[in-house]
Design a binder for this molecule. Sequence first.
Ligand code: AMP
Ligand code: ZN
Length: 662
Amino acid sequence: MDYQEAKARISELKKIIEESNRAYYVEDAPNITDFEYDELFRELNRIEAEYPELKTADSPTQKVGGKAAEGFKEVVHKYRLYSLDNSNNYDDLRKWYERVKKEYPKEDELSLVVELKIDGLSCALTYKNGELILGATRGNGIAGENITQNIKEIKSIPQKLSKQISIDVRGEVYMPVSSFERLNEENIERGIKEFANPRNAAAGSLRQLDSKITAQRDLHFFAYTALPEDKNIIKTHYEGMKLLEELGFETNPNYKLVKGIDEVIELCKYWETQRFNLNYATDGMVIKINEISKQNELGYTSRAPKWATAFKFPPEEVWTKLEDVELSVGKTGAVTPIAILTPVKLAGTVVKRASLHNFDEIQRLGINKGNEVLIKKAAEIIPKVIRKRENEDMGVYSMPDKCPSCGAELVKTDDEVALYCPNSLDCPAQIKGRIEYWASKEAMDIDGVGESIVEKLYEKGLINDFADLYKLTVDDFMTLDLIKEKSADNLYSAIQGTKNPTMTKFLTALSIKLIGKETAELIANEFPTLESIKNASIEDLIKIDGIGDKAAKSVVEFFNDENNKIILNKLEEYGVKPQGSAYEKTSNIFDGKTFVITGTLSQPRSVFEERIKKAGGKVSGSVSKKTSYVLAGENPGSKFDKASDLGVIILSENEFNLFFKE
Ligand code: AMP
Ligand code: ZN
């Protein structure tokens, strides 16, 4: 690139970056993805490094991005707020460390704190003698917006500290992913524009001129910097974090004090995959030099501290082309669309398919083959399509009218968004789906029997329903391509080894509409034998807590269906017989004992219920003379009082756990 080209590109990049800064910081509605932004930013940095004479003070690389929106009072920060330099590869991260280490030649390794980079918006809080007096956004780092009123609506921000000290606190306001999704669902229902991501939702909720709106949103705060007026009370960043916790702030629990860069990189690698299991968005890691004296020596550039850096994860969102829509027919006949994409790298893996949920979703997204779509990595393995490019109209993909597997006319039930293939008996996709599901982890968990084996067995005409699995011989498996004697033996034994499942597994595996593992468990609890379920009426079933009319009806219909009766008879004939209980019993310690649970325990009640039942006990909803024990958590209800009156033994969670000690 020559001088003239560099000059032209710099001016172009500045324009794009400034425009996206405005969209991101002022309007809370980004026009490009974070990844695209970072790429442009790095390109500008690179060109400016090559042509330093073209670097001007007003370049986005020389300042912090935000600006006060209209309507808020501006407030000048007591201590400047900085941005963070970042890299997206481990080489650059090592280079940063080498640069810092050069200043400390005597030390083997420096101590560092590694923490998650929370993707929310940073806020500066000021406390005087333990009282919150000011809350502000970062703005351009020198001045931000006064949002004190709104800050007071966030429950995880204490208005009074546990000690009467004066301190400035920095941290990130964020919205949990689950709350973000709920908010967007509500917005869709009300016809309001959705937020692009949890960060924008947090920013949009916090920067409301009416603090009543902020109060309705589920906002949280992780504190990450302590700036006490009395500088001597902390010597390291780590001590600062402990101080914040002591004062009553929430800190993100995943910070770690380490030595040297190798440990830092290990943590980055760990969180790169684990971040999807968190209920808040993180876009990278922040690495900070621990000693405050060293931080001061290292100092700042005009935009960022030299004593800290960020490592950015590969993008969670990328644009790609929707090449096709594949229709998949599930085990109950539901037809769902799947996006087939031009392969792209997303969060470290190559993605070719994405979920589209259902046809209403396609309508809502207004997409068709050929559209550019933004896809996002979610907690699930398969990513989802978020939106198309604005103004790119290619029409909307039209719903199919025939089943792609059997050609039957599809039907749409009024109360459900799904399209169904009604041909449940002869539709190959449904037949195979049910057999696969029978063998799956969630159901009977038959090792080695997955999609490809089921496909082969079905194509050969060896199986037509899941009961047929049990009549297969070793020789049958040997007729399949690529199956040798050893694996044929294994498949045979794996199948035969599942002839005596718990009632929960058996019920789950039947592929009864609306009955998944959880509901199957609820039913199996009340009706632990096959005979009892076959005889249960809709009325009997809806008495079970958690079973609605539709599920109850579906169960009764299933067991009255002539074809299902044939399959159930076949299962019996082949010796498949569920155990007379919902659970695999692991001990007899609670045989004949009845429990009642009350109050809040450290884990959901279902966890305790399961442990009790696996040990032979029963769980009941109300206390009577027959109750053996009451397991009481925090804030127990009236059941506790009744138990005391009746002289029933009351166990705390700790006491309960003692039963399970070896
Ligand atoms: P950037 O938004 O890329 O300029 O990155 C800097 C921003 O990262 C800061 O202004 C903070 O809002 C945010 N951030 C998130 N988590 C942390 C953390 N643990 N430590 C410091 N900054 C953080
Ligand atoms: Zn079909």
